[in-house]
Ligand binder design. Structure first.
Ligand SMILES: Nc1ncnc2c1ncn2[C@@H]1O[C@H](COP(=O)(O)OP(=O)(O)OP(=O)(O)O)[C@@H](O)[C@H]1O
Length: 588
């Protein structure tokens, strides 16, 4: 299977077959063990019939012990087969569930970053878990809930035929009617069970919402009203759960009455046969025990079938929503490309976001290797979009973006990623050690290289103060580090990555002047010998750049050296004047 599984979105059963294919022999072994276990279990009743027949005939002492051995043998074989089925089942079903998760996660992470904008990460990951769990539950239910009563019914009917073919056929008809009736009745409860599942999810969602906003709740003194709100949500869930449980209970009551009446009929019938001399005492025992087990099996079978169909429906639904096709086809990494030198060119680029918002109609921008270019312009001009397009988070609709003269969209993904390092505005860190976070820039980097990158990014001082130095866990999204420290970790990553093209997105939030100074020093070293494209929010950052490109409404309105631009009237001069006025009024 490739990482794009979207072809399976409409064919969930093909997906299941493809996944189960790798566990074919284990499933066959489980199936055989369950069939054997149930056959042995039902055969125990036959052993008991033999025992009763031998006991009622005093001359058959030997036959009594043969029947005894038969019963013990069946019981032992029954238990051993169940344990074997469960033993293989545990490793197979958990293996399948792990495989489903790996496959779905691979598919999910194969989407372009743009796919994840506006999607709650928690919702996506819990859908993967729910899908894998639905398949796991389906497998265990089929094996341990649906198959045993089905096999037991078939085997029991075969044994009953040895006593009375008419009784066996009548019972088959009655069982069929009961299973179908119970299945449809049980299925009618589905909306109630779904309503309960929805309410339970609401309780979870509300609790998560409150806990993740706990500081806001406390700051506004709303804890009591949040408790009240949650109390209401929990009451609705309790009500829905009761309705779902009572529905199943009514089904069980009906079944219990039907079982009692039918057992009575079967028993009476076999006694009549015995009175007529057409059945032995053992036959009466066999018929009554088998009759009872068949009738009990009908309820388990009907309920299990409903559960299985529901889980399969949930699985198919989840698969449909998870397996949306990848928007950007990946280029095979087999294609070899020379190491990048760092030239970037936008040639007649036309681009609109998937929602139809057009940002560029025909953007042209040529940046030579080693050149430092600052991009400025008002909010919404398209600066960040330029970065997204260079990194191929989206494909352009017309024109092309060239890296060293090669169309970016035709470059293998790993070649493109190798060519570009990014120091983003919002640095996102993993909930792992600082060392692992910095090493993200180059996974194979040695410890001394990680340390050197940290030193060049001016991280030493704060690393020394961390409780476990580089081995400190940085907290969720790097919560234990300050904004300036997170920026320097991103710079350290970029040092390790050592890519020829550097995209810098200056943080909008102001840092203290010491932190700003450290970052400025680190960036000056980092920029040496690379092509740099920087989005600057403070124009002073761009003083030492080779070129400044001013963008307005998706168009380049000025493109020149900082000295030339500042010396003549125009968009850049207006922006500088505006910043000077802002700084003056802030200082006043
Ligand atoms: N994911 C998106 N989907 C749809 N439209 C978007 C998306 N991202 C940005 N836009 C729109 O595209 C236009 C350009 O946005 P972009 O983020 O590139 O501007 P910017 O110059 O970087 O602005 P800022 O300085 O405020 O970050 C804006 O009108 C914005 O609303």
């Amino acid at each position: 299977m490739t990482s794009d599984l979207s072809a399976f979105a409409k064919h969930p059963y093909r997906f299941i077959i493809a996944i189960l294919g790798s566990y074919r022999w284990s499933h066959i072994a489980i199936l055989a063990s369950v069939i054997a276990a149930v056959t042995f279990s039902v055969s125990t009743q036959y052993g008991l019939k033999k025992l009763v027949d031998a006991l009622s005939n005093p001359s058959q002492h030997g036959a009594v012990w043969v029947a005894f051995a038969m019963v013990i043998g069946f019981i032992a074989a029954d238990n051993l087969s169940w344990r074997l089925a469960a033993w293989i089942g545990h490793s197979t079903f958990t293996g399948v569930s792990g495989r489903v998760r790996r496959k779905l996660f691979r598919h999910l992470t194969g989407h372009a970053p743009s796919f994840f904008h506006g999607q709650a990460p928690g919702a996506l990951t819990s859908r993967i878990t729910a899908t894998a769990n639905a398949l796991y539950t389906t497998e265990t239910m089929v094996t341990f809930n649906a198959m045993p009563p089905l096999v037991a019914t078939v085997v029991a009917i075969i044994y009953l035929m040895t006593v009375s073919v008419a009784m066996a056929l009548t019972l088959t008809g009655v069982v069929g009617v009961i299973v179908v009736f119970m299945f449809y009745w049980a299925a009618r409860g589905t909306p109630l069970h779904h309503a309960y599942a929805r309410e339970a999810a609401n309780v979870d969602g509300d609790m998560i919402d409150v806990i993740s906003n706990i500081s806001v709740v406390k700051a506004f003194g709303r804890m009591r009203s949040e408790h009240r709100r949650l109390g209401g949500v929990i009451s609705r869930e309790v009500r829905a759960r009761k309705e779902s449980l009572y529905f199943l209970e009514r089904l069980r009551i009906f079944h219990a009455i039907a079982t009692a009446v039918l057992t009575c009929c079967v028993l009476a019938w076999s006694i009549v046969l015995w009175q007529r001399g057409e059945a032995t005492a053992g036959d009466v025992v066999l018929v009554s025990t088998l009759g009872i087990s068949i009738l009990s099996a009908t309820r388990d079978l009907a309920v299990a079938l409903v559960d299985v169909t529901q889980h399969l429906a949930r699985f198919s639904e989840a698969l449909r929503t998870l397996l949306t096709p990848h928007a950007l086809p990946l280029v095979s990494s087999a294609k070899r490309v020379a190491a990048a030198r760092g030239a970037v060119e936008f040639r007649d680029v036309g681009f609109s976001y998937p929602d139809g918002k057009q940002v560029f109609s025909s953007l042209n921008l040529k940046i030579d290797p080693g050149m430092r270019v600052g991009i400025v312009g008002p909010s919404g001009a398209g600066k960040s979009t330029i970065f997204s397009l260079i990194q191929r988070f989206y494909d352009v609709q017309s024109g092309a973006i060239l890296i060293d003269g090669e169309v970016g969209a035709l470059l293998p993904d790993d070649a493109l990623r190798k060519a570009i390092a990014v120091v983003p505005q919002d640095v996102s860190l993993f909930h792992r050690t600082l060392r692992e976070n910095i090493r993200y820039g180059r996974p194979g980097a040695r410890d001394d290289e990680v340390m050197e990158a940290a030193r060049m990014a001016r991280c030493e001082n704060f690393i020394e103060q961390l409780p476990a130095g580089l081995d400190t866990i940085v907290g969720d999204r790097g919560a234990k580090l300050s904004g300036g420290q997170r920026q320097r970790v991103a710079i350290a990553r970029a040092f390790l990555k050592n890519a020829p093209i550097l995209l810098l997105d200056e943080a909008t939030s102001a840092l203290d002047s010491h932190s700003e100074e450290l970052i400025r020093e680190a960036l000056t070293t980092l920029m040496k010998g690379r092509t740099v494209i920087a989005i600057a929010h403070r124009l002073s950052t761009l003083r030492n750049f080779d070129r400044i490109v001013v963008i307005q409404n998706g168009k380049v309105v000025q493109d020149d050296t900082p000295e030339t631009l500042i010396s003549k009237a125009g968009a850049y001069k207006s922006l500088v004047d505006l910043e000077v006025r802002r700084l003056k009024s802030a200082a006043a």
